[in-house]
Design a protein around this ligand. Structure first.
Ligand code: NAP
Length: 478
């Protein structure tokens, strides 16, 4: 089997070791072999990115637009193939995989446009005869570290703005899903990205990630992943005063009030909690339901869950694919035991499933009679597991929703304008959804959270400029 190599200084580089990328729907299916960079390779990639930074930083908006637009066009043209690769390596269903590939293409196109809109300000000085100009400049070399659960969209929403604003990139994807990362690198190379402007270094967090974090020539790190890793990333960056941006976990609440439209609420809960196998930072893992609708809501969610088809991510009609790997599956099953031992009632699902092919399948699980102090309500499980917490009224629902160390996405289902407006203003989260699932966002507006979910400036939309540029204030006297 050919080994997919790292891209360093414009050349494809082999490594002494390679890692298999295994299809979680069918563990006999090896998606590919991926070269594992050592720290010398990462250092070479950083040196190449540093050497390429002045020319790329000085490139015209038109050059950057042309590159990013071409990459976006290519991703969109190959959405079916890339979506297939994504579903095969990560396990989300094929429609979800294709949708994610389309999102990545759209993100590249959006930031192609942003490259044409980099603006500054000219402000009147308080001193006579002095001009004040405020401009945005690239950081230089940016290190990008991504998780496995959105293996094409998250790389896209970091790489595209990094390049649009004139930075050079060293990109380390998650070890569990390097296929889409390699495909993006290949597309960038074929689209003519200048040597060293974009580098791909696949390999472990401990080796590749740490080398990136500690290298003084890497001016900024954009990271998405778990809180535990995020803390380490922040500590390394703080130690050498590098700019850092972290997007991390969630324990996202979906509040359902007595006056909610039941169909809308059930759809939001099932989509938000279980689709993409619950492996989304924005998944609704806490369903906080007022007493008057509680029983009808639980019955309807249970009947919807019982009809969901869990199977091979690539098979037609599959609604829930497998868990990404055996470790994550074990973790999910362990949390089911924890929930039961804490006194929650496992109302449905949670068992390991066998299918035609040997994969990491489990039935989506719903706990009822949960409360907000249980570990299943406080810790991110990152699987198809949700808990229903019964509350008496809106005020208690809001208090429970906010009682978490996380603050990524927070949803409410209600037909009351008063409660919707109050919730939007008072939910402690970076994103608030009214009558929509907590997961599922637009690609052209900011994405991120508060509290333990995020650290640093926002990603996506024009707010991405905050991280990928630094501001210069220039004064001129006649
Ligand atoms: P993870 O284990 O924290 O890994 C994330 C990335 O960090 C991977 O590329 C990983 O490399 C790397 N890494 C691990 N140790 C490192 C170290 N010491 N130094 C530098 N890099 C290191 O997270 P994951 O399991 O891939 O992803 C799931 C998590 O991501 C969940 O918590 C989820 O909520 C979060 N997430 C957040 C968002 C958001 O925008 N807020 C979006 C998606 C996912 P290896 O793969 O080689 O270990």
């Amino acid at each position: 089997m050919t080994v997919h190599k790292n891209l360093v200084a414009g050349g494809w580089q082999d490594a002494s070791q390679a890692k298999e990328n295994i299809n979680p729907s069918d563990i006999s299916d090896i998606v590919g072999q991926y070269a594992q960079a050592d720290s010398a390779t990462v250092e070479a990639a950083i040196a190449a990115a540093k050497a390429a930074a002045p020319a790329w930083g000085g490139s015209t908006p038109q050059q950057r637009f042309d590159l990013l637009d071409a990459v976006g066009t290519e991703i969109l043209a190959r959405k079916d193939e890339l979506g297939n690769l994504l579903s095969r390596e990560e396990g989300k269903t094929l429609p979800e995989g294709i949708g994610e590939a389309m999102r990545a293409g759209a993100v590249f196109k959006f930031f192609a446009g942003e490259a044409l809109r980099i603006a500054g300000e000219k402000i009147a000085s308080v001193r006579p005869g002095v001009d004040v100009e405020i401009t945005r400049e690239p950081l230089g070399v940016v290190g990008i570290i991504t998780p496995w659960n959105f293996p094409i969209a998250i790389p896209a929403w970091k790489i595209a703005p990094a390049l649009a604003y004139g930075n050079t990139v060293v990109f380390k994807p998650a070890s569990l899903a390097p296929g889409c990362a390699w495909a993006i690198a290949d597309i960038l190379a074929k689209a003519g990205v200048p040597d060293g402007v974009f580098n791909l270094v696949m390999g472990s967090g401990g080796v590749v990630g740490n080398t990136l974090l500690d290298h003084t020539d890497v001016a900024g790190i954009s990271f998405t992943g778990s809180v535990d890793t995020g803390r380490q990333v922040a500590a390394h960056c703080a130690a050498r005063l590098a700019k850092v941006q972290l997007e991390m976990g969630g324990k996202n609440p979906l509040v359902v009030l007595d006056d909610a439209n039941l169909d809308v609420a059930v759809n939001c809960a099932v989509q938000g909690a279980f689709f993409s196998t619950g492996q989304r930072c924005t998944a609704s893992s806490r369903l906080i339901v007022t007493a008057g609708i509680h029983d009808r809501f639980v019955d309807a969610v249970l009947s919807s869950l019982q009809s969901l088809k869990v199977d091979d991510a690539l098979a037609a009609g599959t609604q829930i694919g497998p868990v990404v790997d055996g470790d994550q599956l074990d973790k999910n099953l362990e949390y089911l035991e924890i929930g039961k031992s804490e006194g929650a009632k496992l109302a449905w699902g949670g068992e390991r499933l066998s299918r035609d092919k040997d994969g990491f399948y489990m039935a989506p699980a719903l706990f009822t009679e949960a409360n907000n102090s249980m570990r299943i309500s406080r810790e991110e499980i990152f699987g198809p597991v949700a808990s229903v917490i019964r509350v008496k009224d809106y005020d208690e629902a809001l208090a429970v929703a906010n009682d978490t160390e996380f603050g990524l996405s927070s949803g409410i289902c209600t037909t009351s304008l008063k409660h919707a407006s109050h919730y939007k203003a008072n939910a402690e989260a970076g994103m608030v959804m009214v009558n929509l699932p907590t997961a599922g966002v637009d690609y052209h507006v900011p994405f991120g959270g508060t509290k333990g979910s995020s650290y640093g400036s926002r990603e996506q939309g024009r707010y991405a400029a905050e991280f990928y540029t630094t501001v210069k204030t220039a004064y001129t006297a006649p």
